[in-house]
Design a protein around this ligand. Sequence first.
Ligand SMILES: NC(=O)c1ccc[n+]([C@@H]2O[C@H](COP(=O)([O-])OP(=O)(O)OC[C@H]3O[C@@H](n4cnc5c(N)ncnc54)[C@H](OP(=O)(O)O)[C@@H]3O)[C@@H](O)[C@H]2O)c1
Length: 256
Amino acid sequence: MTNSVAIVTGASSGIGEATAIRLAQDFSAVVIAARGGENLKRVAEEIRAAGAEALPLELDLAEAAAADTAVNETLKTFGQIDALLNIAGAVPGIDLFQLSDQQWNTALELKFHGARRLTLRAWDALKASKGAVVFTSGTGAEQPNAATAAIGTINAAIEALAKAFSERGLKDGVQVNSVSPGPVMTIRRQGLIEKAAAANGISVDAAKAKFLEQAGIARFGEAEEIAELLAFVVSPKARWLTGTILRMDGGEIKTV
Ligand SMILES: NC(=O)c1ccc[n+]([C@@H]2O[C@H](COP(=O)([O-])OP(=O)(O)OC[C@H]3O[C@@H](n4cnc5c(N)ncnc54)[C@H](OP(=O)(O)O)[C@@H]3O)[C@@H](O)[C@H]2O)c1
């Protein structure tokens, strides 16, 4: 695509990093946002090596002002926004009965309100470009459990939020979907597995094997696999795809 601009949040690692690098094949510029400046610089170099322009923005997206900064800097530099991929998230895997109000609020502030605010701020530009938005939920939305209650709950809220935006998008010409990954082996997933290993007094390898068996899947997903799906969702080929939830989970969800 020529002269097209994508914003990817959470692009300093994991699914966001893989997606930002993948989108360099399809977009002429990729704006990448997260807190980790050094990692963003590294990802920016990879985007440039793949042939697109890169604009790294070191931002804490849990802060309300970050959405304005991200949109203003993008428009100042490139003049348009064609795709917004809300991927940043750091919801803790803590038991429902241990999770404090502050932990709920911190998790919501980034993953839910951060994505909501950025989408609102970018909306006029997306309307002008007839652009696309993707929210990242997760299969916990479909099978919430007590041990990681905030993950499932917030992902379900994200899917509802995406659906609400998609309805307004019908009128405004903006395509909005959510993508729901199953267990993908990233730093985040590694941390959750290490925590489970410590809690159960087993090795990390044993905890991985146990997790796969309990989830009923053959292997963990790769960040690059989710990136391919996200790249399709914001591509011209997927223009009629809107208001839906696309799950890529290696067969984890057993129900129809
Ligand atoms: N991995 C999985 O199995 C899985 C499954 C389902 C859904 N998901 C979802 O997919 C998304 C990405 O997950 P991942 O596994 O790739 O995680 P990850 O490797 O930990 O990446 C999380 C990203 O979010 C950014 N981030 C965290 N706090 C931030 C803040 N306050 N402001 C701006 N950016 C912030 C991180 O960058 P900095 O730390 O540099 O700020 C990082 O780039 C998350 O929304 C997660 O819930 C993951």
